[in-house]
Design a binder for this molecule. Sequence first.
Ligand code: ADP
Ligand code: TRP
Length: 317
Amino acid sequence: MAAAKKRLLTGLQSSGTLHIGNYFGALKPFLDTYQQYHSMLMVADYHSLTTVKDAALLRTNIVNVVLDYLGIGINPEEVIIFQQSRVPQHTELAWIFECLVSVPFLMQAHAYKDKVAKGLEANAGLFNYPMLMATDILLYDTDIVPVGKDQQQHIEYAREAAVKFNNAFGPTFKEPKELILKGAGTVPGIDGEKMSKSYGNTIPLFGTKDEIAKTVMSIVTDSSGERPANVYAIHKLFKADAELETLYSANKGNYKALKEALIEEIEAFVAPMRERRENYAKDLDSVKKVLEEGSEKAREMAEKKMTAVREKVGVTI
Ligand code: ADP
Ligand code: TRP
C-alpha cells in the first residue's frame, strides 16, 4: 500500500505586490511539489492586518493574492486555497498557544526585534504573529512548509507551540518541517540586499515588460569587477550556470548587454504567467468562489481539530 500523502501548506500575507523573491523563495518550491501532497495555500489576511489599516486596500490585496496563486499556475482543483480570517479557529487556537509560550520567547522573534531595533512601535498583533502563524500550520497537521529562509524561525516557533501543547495536554499536533529551496534561500534585490517590499528593491513578478526593464536597469553594479555581482545573482535564478558562464565571458564589462539579456530572460519567464493571471482577473466572481469553497473545506478540517483541542484544554464541560 502506498504511504499516506503528506500535507503541504504555505501562506502569503495580503500586504502588497509579489516580487521574484517571493516567487523563488516561497512559491516555486510549492509549485514544483504540490501535486505530490495534500496541499493547502493560505491568504494570511489577519497577518497583514498588523500593517495594513485600509479596508479597501486589504480587500483588493486578498483577491490579488489568489490571482497571484492562480497566475503562477496553481490548479485550484488540486489544492485548497483559503482565507485565514474565514476560519476563526485560527484566532481561537492562537489564544491557547499564547497562553503556553513566554513573553521572552516571543521577544526573540526577528520580525518583532527588527521593528523594535528600528525604534518603531510594534503592535501586539506583530508580537503575537508567530503564534497565529503556528495555528496556520498546526491546525491542518502540516508536514512540510515551503518558505523563504527568513521564515525559518517562524517554523521553529510553530514546532515549539506544538511541543508545548503536546507536553501540557497530550499528543495533538504534528511537528512541521520547513522546505527551503536550495540556492534561493534569499533572493537579492536590485541593491544586493535581501529583496523585500519593505526595502523598495524589488523586481515585480507580474510587472509589465517596461517595469521589469526599469528595475533591472537600476540594479546596482560596482565597477571594480568584470562581472556585475548583483546582476549575476538574479540572472542565476533564470538560467543554468553553464549558459551563464558563456554569456558573462562573452560580455565581460558590458553591463548594459548583460542587463538587457536579463530583461529578456525575466520577460520570457513572466509573460505566460502574467497572461494567465490577466485571464483569471476577467472573472473575479470565480476567483472569489475558489476562496470561498476552499475556506469552507479548511473550516471543516480546523473545526475537527479544535473540537479535540477544546476537549483537551478543558473548556468543554
Ligand atoms: P517581503 O520581505 O517582501 O515583505 P514577505 O515577508 O511577505 O516578503 O514574504 C513572503 C514569502 O516570500 C515568505 O515565504 C518569504 O520567505 C519569501 N521571501 C520574501 N523575500 C524573499 C527573498 N528575498 N528571497 C527568498 N524568499 C523570500
Ligand atoms: N509569515 C509568512 C510571511 O510573511 C506568511 C505566512 C502566514 C505563512 N502564515 C503562514 C507562511 C503559514 C507559511 C505558513 O511570509
